[in-house]
Design a binder for this molecule. Structure first.
Ligand code: ATP
Length: 240
């Protein structure tokens, strides 16, 4: 995987047409760090990830990857710079096989395309189930297996930063554990992770640091452990 690059999101505002969703979002992911972003439905977590990967263009603020401004870059340029996005809902090609879906992840980046066979082996070691199902159509996989493909496809780009949107959505607790453990393993290999999750307890346990988003603004940040102990976080997101 690529060398560590810092991701800095600074005072970002963004929205859809006339609807402003993000008002002031600042999030930092140091090289090799695991950062979680939590918040209620509609707080703007997905929109923040879309801004980072170039799908939504910020109306204000700055996003830098390894010191380079990317807030006006295209999604394909951002992948080439080493940031890969696992979108909410996975967005696989259902009529293509597992292997074909994975290979698409390498196609966007010349250095990833050259290393495709090697990276495919790494993804299969991370998710042995995908090697067993390599020839199966992605649309016929279970939800958890599809999530593995979505993560694996992003890894095929050999990113230095991985942004992941709601990987636990619709998964059993066991499958959620499997996917989270894989994200942790990827992070331990040096890939920075920015994770958006509904599963607040699990993601803050995994993360070095976390940010709480509310109404398009960061209202709290801290170590995963500190946020887990924070009474306001516990009351709002852990129902304790
Ligand atoms: P959730 O956990 O429900 O996915 P979120 O924190 O990820 O929430 P976003 O998906 O970023 O929140 O959505 C924030 C707001 O932006 C919501 O009010 C949503 O309706 C709106 N929104 C999201 N996508 C679009 C779109 N393509 N067009 C118009 N509005 C959108």
């Amino acid at each position: 995987h690529g060398v560590g690059q810092e991701l800095v999101i600074e005072h970002v505002a963004a929205g859809y047409g006339k609807v402003q969703v993000l008002w002031d979002v600042s999030v930092r992911v140091a090289p090799g760090e695991f950062v979680a972003m939590i918040g209620a439905n509609g707080a703007g977590k997905t929109t923040t990830l879309r801004a980072v990967s170039g799908v939504v263009r910020p109306s204000a603020g700055s996003i830098r990857l390894g010191g380079r401004e990317i807030s006006r870059a295209t999604p394909s340029d951002i992948v080439k710079l080493g940031l890969a996005h696992v979108p909410e809902g996975r967005e696989l090609f259902p009529l293509m096989t597992v292997r074909e879906n994975l290979e698409l992840g390498a196609a966007m980046r010349p250095e990833a395309a050259r290393a495709q066979a090697e990276t495919l082996g790494q993804v299969y070691r991370l998710f042995p189930r995908l090697e067993e199902r390599a020839g199966q159509l992605a649309g016929t996989l279970s939800g958890g297996e599809q999530q593995m493909v979505a993560v694996g496809r992003a890894l095929m780009a050999r990113p230095s930063v991985l942004v992941v949107d709601e990987p636990s959505l619709g998964l059993s607790p066991l499958m959620t554990q499997t996917v989270f453990q894989a994200l942790k393993a990827v992070n331990e290999e040096g890939v920075s992770v920015l994770l958006v999750e509904q599963n607040v307890g699990l993601s803050l346990k995994l993360a070095d640091r976390g940010y709480v988003l509310e109404n398009g603004q960061v209202i709290r940040e801290g170590s995963g452990a500190d946020l887990l102990r924070d009474p306001a976080v516990r009351e709002a997101y852990l129902a304790l």
